[in-house]
Design a protein around this ligand. Structure first.
Ligand code: NAD
Length: 310
């Protein structure tokens, strides 16, 4: 059984992962990740393991033997052509375990880095500038602040749970309310989106990318956010109108932004976000720790083994 893994490289980590491979299967990885390479390699594959590289309708059509797609993680709506898979009756398996821990850690790291301007401070220090006082004045404390969580699913909850220890007040918005017990456990209060935006010192996004959430944080909503507040996005880039965000950061309405995801990925050279001193940027790595990768890949291969066993 041929398994195409939509990821570039054949690093030692991937070789380690091969130890999880079910008997009788063969793992194929990518060299360039270009469409032509995928179309050629997918032709005789039975299973595709998908991550951040898009699996398009054309690729699905080029795979007559395709039986199963396993998504590494949970956010598959924007990376897999779900309609094309549905038409063929090809199931999608996900591997939700591990991700909430890693992504929530990353979100809180971005909150702290944005609060304390540590990415900027580090760069300044390395460049020989040591003006600590100016940074001190701009910095703010996470403890005691109001954090608004948009999307209280697995990652939103993991973030709220970790923030409990920081003495923050947690607000959240989600069409699905938490149970009263969970609200107490997570110390979180449900409010509408506009209230959350105007009351929070830090807003953290944890929604999937759907027709409803695309550009949900647009210019009017950014204007609603508190002056000097912080936006953290570890969900999907297009949830935020990036040019409106750049404007809000430029004029200083927002104090800072911590972003792991962008409107266009990979992050394009010349993106004005990189020129702003009040941003901290990471290349879509919120879930990508060594521990979570191994955890997720064992989940992927468990799903494959269960599929092969029928
Ligand atoms: P989840 O499905 O458990 O939670 C999503 C929550 O968002 C749900 O509770 C849902 O009701 C809520 N929601 C949907 N539409 C909403 C709206 N319009 N307003 C408010 N809430 C809304 O998913 P999860 O596991 O918590 O993951 C959330 C997202 O994080 C994923 O869809 C993915 O896009 C992203 N993600 C990013 C990374 C990364 O590397 N940066 C890694 C994993 C996941």
């Amino acid at each position: 059984t041929g398994i195409l893994y939509l990821a570039i490289g054949n690093t030692s980590l991937y070789r380690e992962v091969e130890t999880y491979l079910p008997a009788g299967t063969r793992l194929i990885t990518l060299e360039s990740g270009g469409e032509a390479e995928i179309l050629a390699k997918i032709a005789d594959c039975h299973i595709v393991v998908a991550g951040t590289i898009k699996l398009s309708r054309a690729m699905i059509q080029a795979a007559p033997a395709l039986q199963l797609v396993v998504h590494q993680g949970v956010g598959y709506h924007d990376t897999l052509d779900v309609a094309a898979l549905d038409e063929r009756g090809i199931p999608i398996a996900i591997t939700p375990d591990g991700t909430p821990t890693t992504v929530s850690e990353h979100a809180i790291m971005l909150m702290l880095t944005a609060c304390r301007h540590t990415a900027f401070a580090d760069k300044e220090l390395r460049d020989g500038r040591y003006h600590v006082n100016a940074l001190r004045l701009k910095s703010r404390t996470l403890s005691g602040s109001v954090v608004g969580i948009i999307g209280m699913g697995r990652i939103g909850k993991a973030t709220a749970a970790r923030l409990r220890g920081w003495g923050v007040t947690c607000l959240y918005t989600d069409p699905v309310p938490l149970s009263p017990d969970d609200e107490i456990l997570l110390n979180a209060r449900r409010v509408d989106l506009d209230t959350l935006l105007s009351a929070s010192d830090i807003v953290s996004l944890h929604v999937p990318l759907t027709d409803q959430t695309r550009a949900m944080i647009d210019a009017p909503r950014l204007a609603r956010m508190k002056a000097g507040s912080i936006l953290v996005n570890t969900s999907r880039g297009p949830v935020v109108d990036e040019s409106a965000l750049i404007d809000a950061l430029r004029i200083g309405h927002l104090g800072a932004a911590g972003l792991d995801v962008f409107e266009r990925e990979p992050f394009s050279e010349g993106n004005p976000l990189a020129e702003l001193p009040n941003t901290v940027l990471t290349p879509h790595i919120a879930a990508a720790t060594r521990d979570t990768f191994k955890h997720k890949m064992s989940g992927v291969f468990n799903n494959i083994a269960r599929h092969l066993e029928g």
